[in-house]
Ligand binder design. Structure first.
Ligand code: GLN
Ligand code: ZN
Length: 748
């Protein structure tokens, strides 16, 4: 039996971020709509050709987007909230994505456990008419290039619903949507596509069993169209849903064999002989080449269960960059074991040829020797390993419990005011780094310019009347990159961009060996800032879990161990900050919550090491030193005991967009430590009024003892402008002052 190859989606920002640039040009009116569309279609065409030339049989198409593919499906299906209904075309599209003239955008949130963000469909009233014209046009275009290989990717109805804000009755909405999907499937059939991929990653979420009947009825009606459906799942295993998913009336089912226990489930329950198994064997979420031995042994197991298989990456390749061979500045032994999208296509082919009894064994042997060379090269740090082996529970423990520490820590006025760390990164500041890199300024000149920014920032905070100051983070491009660049074991790409959302791209660092601190990382800037003021300056660090979650990690040792290595480096930094006079140190963990595994039964395992890593970094601090942490977009209700176990003295949270829900979760649980309840939304250019913030704080006071309350913005101010930040902070300090007086008056 010949083994087919397939893809489930491809990077879409362009090898040189053409789509990002075109979008920004369009938004600033330098590009018209036609030029934008042309760019997007050129990028799309290039990706089709790459996949065609690689020899992929079933190329997933239709996932290219102007901003977000989930938004595209909302619009095609007619899921358009009332506030956008008077708009049309691009204007409506980008209003839904980014807001317009006071009309708020759709909410944005993380796509499963990836770092990609999608726009949440809002299903709140009868739907608008569906219109699949653009999608069908793309399919038609793809067919002219790819012929039968073009396989439309359709976002599954039940995944779409599962990820929506649904204010209508579920069954009713399914029936509305179903008709639309049926129309679409019929149109696709008329176009002559040989099959369609329907992506239902919601099947791995662990609550899929609740929707079993809906899946059955939905896929039963889809089967009436008699267009072969390949049902695609990824990001985890099917869990208890496995047996009934196998019975759905579809032609094929794809499973992710790079995460979760699908292999075990397959062995245990078998695979239906009337279906084709899509084997997601190449990890589409990490950047390493395959390890031939282990992949071949997995495939052997799979083939002992069913021989009707196709091979493909585990999910869309949108989570990895385009081409590792362009990273010419990386050391060769590292570059040789990297696999970005293009290399992953080759890997699919090599494996398929191997299974077909061909002789690409030569190619596999090359990969094997590349891994050998890499093992010689990758930094092994016996001292770090030794330190980790010798850790005891005491190392994770502050010297005294919170109540006793609190008495020793700095005394501040009621409602102490502070910020989350960063201040506006103007283009002049970013320009400094470009000049330094190009050799146009010396290191000393660069530092002097940064110090001038710090001085200005300290002065502004003094003028605003803040109680606890920060240095402003001007020397940091990015909170992970800045630390990674000073740690051994981290590598940085030049072209390794992946889409975070819309036009926003990130270049995650690669952890490729043992991590160790090579030098103090933040002490110089801290000292400069502290020398300029009598107020307390908080030291600012990025926590170990965030460092790990926002990087591509190694696959040879567990993530927990990598987090602990980073934590050790940060632990030394905490000690150095203290020695340099820091009385407060903030260890940011914005990514702690988002790293939660998709299946709740695995949460404890993750949280246990994640919290330990934080504690290892912070545990070295003297009782007198106040440890802060900061988290964004967090829902804590279900993990509050782990938040408590962090044992941070002060926790600042995003709150202003969550209607105090996060605060209530914390107060309901009887959280005893101090809380900085974000009083203004840093994601909006609006300047919050004193009155607004007084109101916000009053909610805090009604729910938490006054001694527990801090006053701060939601998050860092990096993306804001000084003109917004200065008045906002003044209003915030004024709000704290008003409440301070009110509280004092009632106490007298
Ligand atoms: N200290 C960081 C800042 O202010 C925190 C950023 C974040 O939470 N993502 O920018
Ligand atoms: Zn934040």
């Amino acid at each position: 039996m010949t083994i087919q190859t397939a893809t489930l989606g491809y990077p879409r920002i362009g090898k040189n971020r053409e789509v990002k640039k075109a979008l920004e040009a369009f938004w600033s009116s330098k590009f018209d709509a036609a030029a934008l569309l042309r760019t997007v279609q050129e990028v799309e065409l290039a990706s089709w050709k790459t996949q065609l030339e690689a020899g992929i049989d079933r190329i997933g198409i239709g996932d290219t987007t102007l901003y977000d593919h989930v938004l595209d499906w909302s619009i095609w299906l007619g899921i358009i909230p009332e506030r956008f209904q008077s708009l049309t075309g691009f204007e409506r599209y980008f209003a839904m994505a980014r807001g317009k003239d006071g009309i708020p955008a759709l909410e944005m949130t993380k796509w499963f456990d990836t770092n990609y963000h999608y726009l949440v469909p809002e299903i709140t009233q009868p739907l608008q008419p569906a219109n699949f014209g653009d999608f069908l046009e793309t399919v038609h275009r793809a067919q002219t290039v790819l012929g039968e290989r073009a396989v439309p990717i359709v976002l599954g109805p039940l995944t779409l619903l599962r990820l929506s804000q649904l204010e209508l009755n579920l069954e009713q909405t399914v029936s509305y949507l179903l008709d639309r999907y049926l129309v679409l499937l019929k149109e696709l059939k008329t176009l002559g596509v040989v099959e369609v991929q329907i992506h239902e990653p919601a099947l791995v979420l662990g609550d899929a069993d609740k929707f079993e009947e809906l899946y059955q009825s939905t896929y039963h009606s889809f089967s009436q169209v008699s267009l072969p459906i390949h049902l695609v799942t990824y990001f985890d295993d099917l869990g208890t849903a496995y047996p009934w998913v196998m019975e759905l009336p579809v032609a094929g089912i794809s499973l992710d064999f790079t995460r979760g226990r699908n292999l075990e489930l397959l062995r245990q329950h078998g695979f239906p002989s009337d279906k084709q198994l899509g084997v997601g064997i190449i990890d589409a979420r990490n950047i390493w080449k395959i390890r031939p031995e282990s992949v071949l042994s997995t495939l052997e197991t799979i083939q002992s269960v069913t021989s009707n298989i196709r091979l493909h990456p585990s999910s869309s390749l949108q989570f990895v960059p385009y081409d590792a061979t362009r990273e010419t500045k990386l050391p060769e032994p590292l570059r040789n074991v990297l696999s970005f999208a293009e290399q992953k296509l080759d890997e699919v082919l090599i494996l398929t040829q191997t299974l077909a009894g061909g002789d690409p064994s030569e190619k596999l042997a090359v990969v094997q020797s590349q891994w050998k060379a890499f093992e010689q090269f990758s930094p092994v740090n016996p001292a770090v390993q030794e330190r980790l082996r010798n850790l005891t529970v005491n190392d994770l423990e502050r010297a005294l419990p919170y109540e006793q520490r609190k008495a020793l820590q700095p005394t501040l006025p009621t409602f102490p005011t502070t910020t989350i760390g960063s201040f506006p990164q103007t283009s002049e500041v970013r320009q400094l780094r470009v000049k330094l890199k190009r050799g146009e300024i010396t290191q000393a000149e660069y530092e002097a310019a940064i110090d001038a920014e710090i001085a200005k920032c300290i002065q502004i905070q003094e003028d605003a009347g803040l109680d606890v100051l920060v240095h402003g983070e001007f020397e940091r491009t990015d909170m992970v990159e800045f630390f990674g660049q000073q740690l051994s074991g981290f590598a940085f790409t030049e072209q390794g961009w992946v889409q975070s959302y819309g036009s926003r791209c990130v270049r995650p660092p690669i952890i490729y060996g043992d991590v160790a601190r090579t030098q103090p990382m933040t002490i110089r800037e801290f000292k400069v800032a502290q020398s300029l003021t009598n107020k307390i300056v908080k030291g600012m660090l990025t926590g170990p879990v965030t460092m790990i979650n926002w990087s591509f990690t190694r696959t040879d040792i567990p993530r927990s161990e990598q987090a602990m290595q980073v934590a050790l480096a940060l632990r030394d930094e905490v000690a150095d900050l203290e020695a340099a006079g820091a009385k407060m140190i903030q260890i940011d963990e914005p990514a702690l919550r988002e790293g939660l595994p998709l299946k709740p039964e695995r949460w404890n395992e993750y949280l246990s090491w994640a919290v330990d890593a934080f504690r290892l970094a912070a545990g070295v601090a003297k009782p007198e030193t106040q440890i802060h942490t900061h988290m964004c977009y967090s829902e804590f209700g279900d993990i509050i005991e782990h938040i408590e176990r962090l044992d941070a003295d002060v926790l600042s949270i995003e709150n202003s967009r969550s209607n105090n829900e996060t605060l209530f979760e914390i107060t309901d649980a009887g959280y005893k430590h101090q809380v900085g309840n974000g009083v203004y939304d840093v994601h909006s250019p609006a300047i919050p009024s004193t009155e607004q913030m007084v109101q916000q704080l009053k909610t805090g006071i009604a729910n938490l003892p006054v001694e527990q309350i801090w006053v701060n913005p939601d998050c860092g101010l990096k993306t804001r402008r000084w003109e917004e930040v200065i008045p906002s902070l003044k209003n915030m300090v004024e709000a704290a002052r008003i409440l301070r007086e009110e509280v004092n008056a009632t106490q007298e």
